[in-house]
Design a protein around this ligand. Structure first.
Ligand code: SAM
Ligand code: SF4
Length: 325
């Protein structure tokens, strides 16, 4: 098992499979990215991903989240899901996506073994959704979510970044959304990255505002276990779905960290917000997992206790599309 010097155990790998994205979310990639083959030429290959996942699984990784950029821009996403699922030791394969290909592809992803999907929807208002992402795709994305539910995908979540002036008045819509649907809505506090300091200053909103309202309306917080990760989960007897709060600026957010990250070019990130990352791609050129495992066991010793976001230090992370949020 990978354990750091603060006795935290790492069972959860977030693997970015491409940096490029077709959306232009205001807080992430407001100018969008080039989505052409050139921009994707350096992404990890299927073989490199297989070797990476094998080594992590041998060290006790049980859950893999495939993310990006937009992971569904890769034509071999279904193969990547299947190879993760077939790796001995991996129990859960999850995907974070903007959802634009869900109606077309979610059947294949499910058949390949996908256990969980998180779909980003920052507003349930069509015009606002278009304003935030640059695309008028909310209806299609909601249809994709319905299809995932019809298939019986075990875990379906919606990620919403909380933003003043964008969706701080939308709590009624969000709560209505989970009233009948067995979906967890994840409200994520906006994080400052290298590229978005002004946007952050104008729009950051503390999740405490949401928690106060949830408590007033009878929502209750679930107890957290040692390996449950940083989300605070709330439930209510009158709602089929739940609310999860991700509050990276809150005290002790990092205490329960259970995840490591690898970028689409094979760089290990010990935290979302670090100054330095280490490439392990050269170790992915042979089928022997031992050198990768030795590298990871050494690298984990350098993991800091906490990020330094409170000091306005996002490390070298320009935007979260670099490593998947
Ligand atoms: N493109 C996919 C998507 O949007 O779901 C996957 C990658 S995206 C970087 C992963 C998650 O990070 C999304 O839920 C997105 O809303 C969130 N995210 C991106 N930038 C963020 C920021 N500055 N603060 C908080 N969350 C952010
Ligand atoms: Fe793309 Fe996801 Fe970033 Fe939006 S949040 S720009 S969908 S990577």
């Amino acid at each position: 098992m990978l354990t750091d010097t603060f006795d935290r155990r790492f069972s959860y790998l977030r693997l970015s499979i491409t940096e490029v994205c077709n959306f232009r979310c205001d807080y992430c990639l407001p100018e969008g990215t080039d989505c052409g083959p050139e921009a994707r030429a350096h992404d990890l290959s299927l073989d490199e991903i297989r070797r990476l996942v094998t080594a992590f699984a041998r060290l006790g990784m049980r859950k893999i989240r495939i993310t990006g950029g937009e992971p569904s821009l890769r034509k071999d996403l279904t193969d990547i899901i299947a190879l993760c699922k077939q790796t001995p030791g991996i129990e859960t394969v999850a995907l974070t996506t903007n959802g634009y290909r869900m109606t077309k592809d979610v059947d294949d992803w499910y058949a390949a073994g996908l256990d969980a999907v998180n779909v980003s929807i920052d507003s349930l208002d069509h015009a606002k959704f278009k304003m935030i992402t640059g695309h008028n795709k909310l209806q299609k994305i909601l249809e994709g979510l319905d299809r995932a539910a019809e298939l019986g995908l075990p875990s379906i979540k919606v990620n919403s970044v909380l933003m003043k002036h964008y969706n701080d008045d939308a709590m009624d819509d969000f709560l209505d959304f989970v009233r009948e649907r067995p979906i967890t809505l994840r409200m994520i506090e906006l994080m400052q990255t290298g590229d978005n300091p002004e946007f952050f200053d104008r729009h950051h909103l503390s999740g405490d505002v949401v928690i106060d309202r949830l408590r007033r309306e009878g929502w209750q917080e679930r107890l957290r276990g040692r390996d449950s990760g940083p989300a605070r989960e709330f439930w209510h007897p009158d709602y089929a779905g739940g609310i999860g709060m991700i509050m990276p600026y809150s005290k002790d957010f990092c205490a329960t960290c259970n995840r490591l990250r690898v970028s689409s070019q094979g760089q290990l990130f010990l935290c979302l917000f670090v100054d330095e990352h280490q490439s392990l791609r050269h170790l992915l050129q042979s089928d022997d997992p031992e050198p990768v495992m030795a590298f990871l066991q050494e690298a984990i010793k350098g993991k800091d206790y906490s990020h330094h976001l409170h000091e306005q230090n996002a490390g070298a992370t320009k935007h979260l599309a670099m490593i998947g949020g």
